[in-house]
Design a protein around this ligand. Structure first.
Ligand code: E4P
Length: 217
């Protein structure tokens, strides 16, 4: 399972990268705004800065909602760095843009996916990644993890190569459940990755080992 971090915060990306288990980064316009990154040129520079920290894929989202605009923006984003994956919303023009990029070998991440039908369409269009937002489904009392399970079944039935990128991951149990269900990738906050480290018996065990060592030295 690949681990992506879902942030535009360079310090958190560096921290996750330093663990040695980071496979990529996802961003979106809200995450960029949260870091105060505004204006076309600053946003483009920020994507390059992120690519220079991580070894893996960096999702950069288009703002246009028409196919011509998405193609223009997506081509410029893909030119920025070979780690860039063009993130495109699940709308009709988005599907057309994904097909256009797929035919030209430009990688895409289909975002804002909330149903298995949408995921099927994204795969048919040739998306490299599909991003079901499990946390936002849970927020409205719907089964986010159930969607991952459905998409896994559908993709396996037909051998689609589109990778299931479980997005809107909120906590460590989401990560574990997504791994059990066979999601290819998860993207979440740094805390969802660091939470995997924690177990009280590890802390108690280590304290005892160190105390016993110190008794004899
Ligand atoms: C995915 O690519 C999105 O950036 C993200 O996971 C959305 O998460 P949120 O629901 O926590 O905003």
């Amino acid at each position: 399972m690949k681990f992506f971090i879902d942030t535009a915060n360079l310090e958190q990306i560096k921290e996750a990268q330093s663990l040695g288990v980071l496979d990529g980064v996802t961003t979106n316009p809200s995450l960029m705004a949260k870091e105060g990154i505004t204006g076309h040129d600053n946003i483009m520079k920020h994507y390059v800065a992120i690519c220079n920290i991580v070894d893996g894929d960096v999702s950069a989202e288009v703002i246009s909602t028409d196919v011509e605009g998405m193609i223009k923006e997506g081509e410029a984003l893909a030119e920025l760095h070979d780690q860039i994956v063009v993130k495109i919303p699940m709308i009709k023009d988005g599907i057309k843009a994904i097909k256009y990029f797929s035919d030209r070998g430009i990688r895409t991440n289909c975002t804002l996916v909330f149903s298995s039908g949408q995921a099927l369409l994204a795969a048919k269009a040739g998306a490299s990644y599909v991003s079901p937002f499990i946390g936002r489904l849970d927020d409205i009392s719907t089964d986010g993890l159930g969607l991952i399970e459905e998409i896994r079944l559908i993709y396996d039935n037909y051998g689609f190569e589109t990778e299931i990128l479980a997005a809107s991951v909120r906590h460590t149990m989401h990560v574990i459940e997504c791994a059990k269900l066979g999601a290819d990738v998860m993207t979440g906050p740094l805390s969802s990755i660091e939470g995997l480290l924690k177990h009280p018996l590890t802390d108690i065990g280590l304290a005892k080992f160190l105390a016993d060592y110190n008794k004899g030295n």
